[in-house]
Design a protein around this ligand. Structure first.
Ligand code: MBD
Ligand code: FE
Length: 280
């Protein structure tokens, strides 16, 4: 039997919905809306979606928007990670290989964190936690150091919560921008984060429950890295000793982004790690 969605009548309907018969409007939006509407109608037809299921979905989407959880639902559905796969493929096709892999941004970035040169201390709020030292070097294609790059870093606290979204934290707690030094290096002192979990009674978790899935992320640290004459890199490191390392509900853990946590207790080693130095 032929499909209703393939019929001339349905195809004409999709064209009209997307405003294809008019010159006005935005061609890109028309192209995307045309595709979204046709694909939605294919789901209705192929999966025999009932009016009751349709209205259940409308309520779910409405409440998800009201709860501001779309930014959490998309990573949970793997759609934000799928963007990584598309960008990887594009870069490979353009002959760009190597370097730190990209991975998802997630919904909890806030622009405008305090900016310092070379190093920063990220923790503004007192917490019982393990002191964390991270250092690195920003390099371009071919490995040349990038001086004056901006490393914009953000992560959760020891309870897995992010400042700004968690009103109990100071505004910029665990969020900083660090400008790399002449050798492209940066370093920061912070507190070892705990993994994030979706709000247990939230909209995203409600759908994950229906899929038989948890909503946990391994402990991780987010980075935007940008430099003069370079594309911005969006990435994270995922901490090696977390039980969710390879079971991330957001699919952000990737080879090349797993950072081993090395615990330092020897006083001489602590000194060598820079823990006696001031950090701004
Ligand atoms: C996070 O901290 C995160 O990084 C992602 C991708 C989704 C939810 C919370
Ligand atoms: Fe995160």
């Amino acid at each position: 039997m032929s499909k209703i969605t393939d019929s001339a009548e349905a195809q004409a309907l999709f064209d009209k919905v997307a405003g294809l018969s008019t010159e006005s409007g935005n061609p890109r939006i028309k192209q995307i809306v045309r595709r979204v509407v046709e694909d939605a109608c294919r789901i209705v037809e192929d999966l025999d979606v009932t009016p009751s299921e349709f209205w259940t979905a409308m309520s779910y989407l409405t409440e998800t928007g009201q709860a501001n959880e779309f930014g959490l639902l998309m990573p949970g559905l793997g759609i934000e990670h799928f963007i990584d796969l598309c960008i990887d493929a594009k870069e490979r096709a353009a002959g760009i290989e190597g370097g730190t892999p990209r991975t998802i941004e997630g919904p909890l970035y806030v622009a405008g964190a305090p900016l310092t040169k070379g190093e920063a201390r990220l923790d503004d709020d007192p917490e019982d936690g393990e002191v964390l030292i991270v250092e690195g070097q920003v390099t371009g294609q071919g490995g040349a150091p990038v001086a004056g790059a901006i490393v914009d870093v953000w992560h959760a606290n020891t309870l897995g919560n992010y400042s700004v979204f968690d009103k109990s934290q100071s505004t910029w707690n665990l969020r900083r921008r660090i400008e790399t030094d002449a050798e492209g290096r940066y370093r920061f002192r912070s507190l070892l984060p705990k993994g994030y979990g979706c709000p247990p009674h939230g909209q995203t978790q409600k759908l994950l429950d229906q899929l038989g899935r948890h909503g946990q992320r391994p402990a991780h640290i987010h980075f935007f890295v940008s430099g003069p004459g370079h594309r911005q890199l969006t990435t994270q490191i995922n901490l090696s000793d977390d039980p969710y390392l390879h079971d991330d509900f957001a699919f952000a853990t990737r080879d090349g982004l797993i950072a081993e946590v090395v615990r330092v207790t020897d006083p001489a080693a602590l000194k060598a790690a820079g823990l006696n130095e001031p950090y701004s």
